[in-house]
Design a protein around this ligand. Structure first.
Ligand SMILES: NC(=O)c1ccc[n+]([C@@H]2O[C@H](COP(=O)([O-])OP(=O)(O)OC[C@H]3O[C@@H](n4cnc5c(N)ncnc54)[C@H](O)[C@@H]3O)[C@@H](O)[C@H]2O)c1
Length: 342
């Protein structure tokens, strides 16, 4: 069986998904929509994209299209999800689903009513190192988890224009770490206490955002966690985590271009971490689209559901509230949440 796919938004991440999808034999990337297609014509021709349009409704109205990838800016996601679900398309949506929990809930309702699949683009779940740590935790190799430490630092901040429409550090960047925290620990976050600062670029502060954060978490299983974020690490993309339990610890380090270590009388050196997300998560992006395609073709569950997207947003919203009030913020649990994360 073949799957006809349309891409909505062909910027940084949309283009990656197009190339990864084109490498899957059962996939035909038929259409791409972007509000600015002027510079995309040559790129689309090189990839045999048959339809290039400024209006994403052209994709939703195309009865040949089975699935859409929503890779436009976040403030468009929930609206497009609802319209795509109504049109009966399966949906892969980039993170976050929306900036507001209520918008996300109504988008998820539309998906449920339509009976289509929705996968959210938390690509780090597919990173081989993080996946291995999750498996070790699940198998009980490190015993009962006591603490989680996530380090997540970008090599450089995005443009100010991007920052202004990003929803802020917690919703745009830490959202990946919030998802990773509940995924790795297999338990929901029940309390968030966030501290933030503007130490990288005062213009980020002028835009109403922060560029540095330390966030404390409490999980439903009693464990504690800490996430450390910076928008700029001088040495590249710093993505590490460690889970510590009563029988031991498991940690995932950065990926480097080579593992060569050079020792001289003056220094012992090794390569810097891979530069940014496109380099570090190359394989994870490939694996997440393959998993989505398999889920649609074989009618399996997606790995990262709309509910996972919602839970990460709830934590991000709580972190924002904590930063504003200077106090810890509690999150309510429900039966579905603990069952879904296992
Ligand atoms: N999972 C990840 O690792 C990852 C990485 C980067 C971005 N993202 C997410 O992907 C989304 C896009 O981010 P980006 O960095 O690719 O941004 P980008 O600005 O590079 O690309 C967005 C594209 O969408 C187009 N666009 C805007 N409105 C549109 C509309 N109504 N219809 C069709 N196209 C439209 C823009 O012209 C632009 O080409 C964001 O939600 C972001 O959070 C995820």
């Amino acid at each position: 069986m073949r799957l006809n796919v349309g891409i909505i938004g062909a910027g940084r991440i949309g283009k990656i998904h197009v190339d990864n999808l084109r490498a899957i034999p059962q996939i035909r990337v038929k259409s791409v929509s972007d509000v600015a297609i002027g510079s995309l014509q040559e790129w689309a021709n090189e990839r045999q994209i048959e339809v290039l349009t400024t209006n994403y409704s052209d994709i939703l109205n195309d009865t040949e299209i089975d699935a859409v990838f929503i890779c436009s800016p976040t403030n468009t996601h929930s609206r497009i999800i609802k319209e795509a679900a109504l049109a009966g398309k399966h949906i892969f949506c980039e993170k976050p689903v929306s900036f507001a929990v209520e918008d996300t809930k109504s988008a998820l309702q539309a998906v449920e009513q339509a009976g289509v699949k929705l996968q959210v683009g938390f690509n780090r779940r597919f990173d081989a190192n993080f996946l291995k740590v999750r498996q070790l935790v699940q198998e009980g190799i490190i015993g009962t988890p006591h603490t989680l430490r996530i380090t997540s630092r970008d090599p450089e901040p995005p443009s100010l224009e991007y920052i202004q429409s990003s929803g802020g550090l917690f919703m745009d960047m830490t959202i990946h770490d919030f998802d990773m925290a509940r995924y790795i620990m297999g338990s929901e976050v029940v309390e968030v206490f966030a501290n933030g600062a503007v130490l990288v670029d005062p213009l980020i502060g002028d835009a109403g955002d922060i560029d540095t954060a330390i966030i404390s978490l409490k999980f439903a299983n009693g464990a504690l966690g800490v996430i450390e974020n910076s928008r700029r690490a001088a040495y590249g993309y710093d993505q590490r985590l460690e889970v510590f339990g009563d029988k031991g610890a498991a940690k995932a380090d950065n990926n480097r271009a080579t593992t060569v270590e050079v020792s001289t009388s003056a220094h012992v050196t090794k390569e810097k971490p891979l530069y940014f997300f496109l380099e570090r998560y190359t394989q994870a992006y490939i694996d997440e689209v393959n998993q989505f395609v398999r889920a649609v073709l074989e009618n399996q569950q997606v790995c990262c559901s709309g509910f996972d997207g919602l839970q990460a947003e709830r934590i991000a919203q709580a972190a924002k509230k904590s930063l504003e009030t200077g106090a810890p913020v509690q999150l309510q649990l429900n039966e579905k949440s603990e069952a879904a994360i296992k």
